[in-house]
Design a protein around this ligand. Structure first.
Ligand code: PEP
Ligand code: MN
Length: 338
C-alpha cells in the first residue's frame, strides 16, 4: 500500500502518517523528494485502518498497488498533457482530437474520399490500418507498406495527420517513417517488447486498452512506453469483453474520469470497437465527451456494407458528418471545442 502525500505537505505531515502507521502496527518507508512525497506501508502484525489514513491531513490518495505509476502520475493542479497529431492538431487540449477513417486501408481512391469527407466534417487526423490484426488468419491482413504509402498520399492531399497500427517490433521503424502517430492495438497492450520498442522512437503512440486489461495494467503498459523515453502517449478506451452479447464489447466509460484523476495522459474513446454497432456510435461519442474524453477514434467508410473489415460498426460519411454536428452542444457544455 502506498500513501501519496499532497505536494504541499510538510515533514510534520509525513511524520504524522508514520506515527499513525506505527500505532496500527506497521512500519513505513518514506520517499521525500523534490517531486514526490510517498509513504510505503510495510506490513506488520496490526490491521491497517485505511479510512483513518485517508482522512489524515494532506493525503492525496492511498493506493493498493505495489508498483507506483511514476511517469504520468497526476498531482493536484496538474494539467493533462497535449500530445500532437502531426501538424494538424493535438489531443489533450481544449479542442477535441477527432480521429476518423476506415478500419482497413483498401485503396487510394477509398482513402482520399474518406480523408476529404472527415476533414470537412472536422476531424484532425485520419485513421486506417495497413497492418491488420484479424481474428482469422484467412481474413485480409492489410496492404502493409503499400497501405502506408496510400496513407502518406492522403496526408499530402489533406494535411490530416496519420494514425496507423504497428503490430511487430521489427515494423516500428517502417511504420514510424510514414505515420504521425503509432497505434498499439488492443491485442498488443500486453506485448511489453512492442511497448518498449515504440517507447524508443519519437513519434506519439496511441495505446488502446487490452480487452481484458484492467485500468492498472493499462496505465502500466503506458509506463512501459514512457520508461523508454517517449512521454507522448494517448490512451484509448475501446471496450472490454464481458458476458454481455448485445454489443461487441462493453464500453467502460467510467475509466475516463478515473484516468483523469490518476494520470496526466490524455484519453480518447473508440465507440466503434467499443460497441461494434453502428447505431450506438453517436450516442456513445456524446457520452464520452460528456464524461471528459479528450477525443474520439471513429471508423467511417463511404459504403460500410462493402467494407473489407468492421463494416457493421462503421459510419457512412453522411452519418459521420451528422455525428460531428450532434457532438457540438456536448463539447460546448463541457468547455471543449470540436
Ligand atoms: C482498429 O482500430 O481497427 C483495431 C483493430 O482496434 P482494436 O485494437 O481496439 O481491436
Ligand atoms: Mn476495426
Amino acid at each position: 500500500m502506498l500513501v501519496v502525500m499532497d505536494p504541499r505537505s510538510t515533514t510534520e505531515h509525513l511524520d504524522h502518517v508514520v506515527k499513525l502507521l506505527r500505532r496500527m502496527g506497521a512500519d513505513s518507508f518514506v520517499l521525500d523528494s523534490a517531486h514526490q512525497k510517498i509513504v510505503e506501508v510495510l506490513p506488520g502484525n496490526g490491521e491497517i485502518n485505511r479510512a483513518a489514513l485517508e482522512s489524515a491531513p494532506m493525503i492525496d490518495r492511498v493506493l493498493d498497488r505495489v508498483e507506483p505509476l511514476l511517469a504520468a502520475n497526476r498531482q493536484p493542479g496538474d494539467q493533462t498533457i497535449a500530445v500532437p497529431l502531426g501538424t494538424s492538431g493535438s489531443v489533450g487540449g481544449r479542442k477535441l482530437g477527432i480521429i476518423a477513417g476506415p478500419c482497413s486501408v483498401e485503396s487510394e481512391s477509398q482513402l482520399l474520399e474518406i480523408a476529404a469527407a472527415v476533414k470537412e466534417a472536422g476531424a484532425v487526423a485520419l485513421r486506417g490500418g495497413a497492418f491488420k490484426p484479424r481474428t482469422s488468419p484467412y481474413a485480409f491482413q492489410g496492404h502493409g507498406e503499400r497501405g502506408l504509402e496510400m496513407l502518406a498520399r492522403a496526408r499530402e492531399e489533406t494535411g490530416l495527420a496519420i494514425v496507423t497500427e504497428v503490430m511487430r517490433c521489427e515494423h516500428v521503424e517502417l511504420v514510424a517513417r510514414y505515420a504521425d502517430v503509432l497505434q498499439v492495438g488492443s491485442r498488443s497492450m500486453h506485448n511489453t517488447h512492442l511497448l518498449a520498442a515504440v517507447g524508443q522512437q519519437s513519434k506519439p503512440v496511441l495505446l488502446k486498452r487490452g480487452w481484458c486489461g484492467t485500468l492498472e495494467e493499462f496505465l502500466l503498459a503506458a509506463e512501459y512506453i514512457m520508461a523508454g523515453g517517449n512521454r507522448q502517449v494517448i490512451l484509448c478506451e475501446r471496450g472490454i469483453r464481458t458476458h454481455e452479447t448485445y454489443v461487441r464489447n462493453t464500453l467502460s466509460l467510467a475509466i475516463v474520469p478515473e484516468i483523469k484523476r490518476l494520470s496526466t495522459l490524455p484519453i480518447i474513446v473508440d465507440p466503434s470497437h467499443g460497441t461494434g454497432r453502428r447505431h450506438l456510435v453517436a450516442p456513445m461519442s456524446n457520452a464520452a465527451v460528456a464524461c471528459g474524453a479528450d477525443g474520439l477514434l471513429i471508423e467511417a467508410h463511404p459504403d460500410p456494407s462493402r467494407a473489407w473489415s468492421d463494416g457493421h460498426q462503421s459510419l457512412d460519411l453522411e452519418q459521420f458528418h451528422e455525428l460531428m454536428k450532434g457532438l457540438r452542444p456536448f463539447a460546448e457544455a463541457c468547455g471543449r471545442e470540436v
